[in-house]
Design a protein around this ligand. Structure first.
Ligand SMILES: [Fe+2]
Ligand SMILES: [Fe+2]
Length: 424
């Protein structure tokens, strides 16, 4: 007869929850509640399941309705397969659990499942994850060695998890789709803007790329980058309210016309205020509408200065001016690069914040050329980009001031791309 202690002990392959595993269950719920990156959710879900269910390895697959592929996240990258290419795909296609004690040797278990583990593999379990209406949206795949079969209680727990996970994952994926819809819609509006204004063609896109380059250099947080990117894409949306007769003329605007042009920032604010931005990206409105404010308070429309201007708007001011000065126009070539940097130096402390200019002048030249030549990347030699990325704007200016045999290659290669003409 078994002692009471022995009776309470479950076989090694069964679920016997300890504090650590209970914590993992809570973390798994938390992973599913987090509104974030589905790839990270899938990864965390698989790791948490490995802690809770006695198994050798666990993967979670999700179905992408656009590509019709099953994808998973492992070894820090996404892996996608057609359902009929992987063993777990059978559970997806047949919409029911697949439980094998001897998986066929030729079957693709997982793209990262190594041979060492494959030799030990005995039991294979693929549990469909489905929404309440029965639609299968993914698969939980668990594996165990030959001597450790999955118990009935493990199968029960997994079925329950599949229901819970299905509902939550579906919400995460749906939210992600809405976020993508919003992001691509913003990009489309930005492209409309760039298409209409053929004089500064591609301006919003390049300003966005400069802003992202600068935000990397300044080590901004992902949240700050997200807001800045959106503000950069939409900063000149107010130009849609400026008559083409004034916006698209091939000469400098006179004072009256300039006054009308300046209204675009107020229109940007009005337009963006009409968008119901979630709390965490609300600053988009101020950043976009304040990109013509100057650090010393001499800008427009509000004449704010220093910290009264959001950091994102202070960054945009630098990117916006640099692009305006360095753009090719249908009627004029670019101004010489060194001349532009000198102009920006003169405005440091006046129009621009010195700290931002410091970082701006540390931008790598290869990445800078890629942005300057955005839309013509096919004609840029990747070796030249790598070479130029060893140097910064500061290095260029130094080489320009004191040219010698050592630094000539740097200025020549940069100037070749900066000054080449290919307009048709
Ligand atoms: Fe502007
Ligand atoms: Fe602009």
């Amino acid at each position: 007869m078994k002692t009471s202690n022995e009776a309470l002990m479950l076989p090694k392959t069964d679920i016997a929850l300890n504090v650590h595993q209970l914590r993992q269950i809570l973390q798994l719920s938390h992973a599913l509640d987090e509104v974030g990156n589905p790839a990270q959710t899938v990864h965390r879900m698989a790791r948490a399941l490995e802690e809770i269910i006695p198994c050798m390895k666990c993967y979670v697959w999700l179905h992408d309705p656009d590509t019709q592929l099953l994808w998973t996240y492992a070894d820090e990258r996404l892996h996608s397969h057609k359902a009929d290419e992987i063993l777990a795909g059978r559970a997806f296609l047949e919409k029911q659990r697949l439980h094998l004690s001897h998986p066929p040797e030729e079957a693709l278990i997982h793209p990262t499942f190594d041979r060492l583990h494959a030799a030990e593999l005995g039991h294979f379990l693929a549990q469909p994850i489905h929404k309440a209406d029965g639609t299968v949206i993914g698969i939980m795949q668990l594996m165990n060695s030959r001597v450790h079969p999955f118990s009935a209680s493990v199968l029960d727990v997994l079925s329950e998890w599949a229901l819970l996970a299905g509902a939550r994952l579906h919400n995460i994926l749906r939210l992600k789709q809405w976020q993508q819809a919003f992001a691509t819609f913003s990009e489309t509006i930005s492209r409309i803007l760039d298409t209409r204004d053929y004089i500064t063609s591609g301006h919003s896109r390049r300003v966005t790329l400069y802003a992202m380059e600068l935000s990397r250099q300044m080590n901004l947080s992902p949240a700050q980058k997200k807001v800045l990117r959106l503000a950069a894409l939409l900063h000149d949306i107010g130009k849609l309210g400026i008559p083409e007769l004034i916006l698209l003329q091939k000469r400098r605007p006179n004072e009256d016309e300039y006054e009308i042009m300046r209204r675009h920032v107020n229109i940007t604010r009005q337009v963006l205020q009409g968008v119901h931005f979630p709390e965490e990206i609300k600053e988009v409105v101020d950043i976009a509408a304040m990109h013509h404010e100057k650090f010393d308070g001499s800008g427009y429309p509000l004449g704010k200065k220093g910290d009264q201007i959001p950091l994102g708007a202070r960054i945009l001011a630098v990117c916006d001016t640099f692009d305006a000065l360095s753009s090719r126009r249908p009627y004029a070539e670019r101004q010489p690069f060194a001349h532009i940097v000198n102009l920006m130096d003169k405005e440091t402390g006046a129009a621009f914040e010195p700290f931002i200019i410091y970082h701006f002048k540390n931008l790598p030249l290869g990445n800078l050329i890629r942005i300057l030549e955005h839309g013509h990347e096919d004609h840029i030699n990747i070796g030249d980009v790598r070479f130029l990325n060893q140097f910064t704007i500061n290095d260029y200016m130094q080489a320009h001031r004191e040219p010698d045999d050592n630094n000539r290659a740097l200025t020549e290669r940069f100037d070749y791309y900066y000054s080449r003409g290919y307009r048709v």
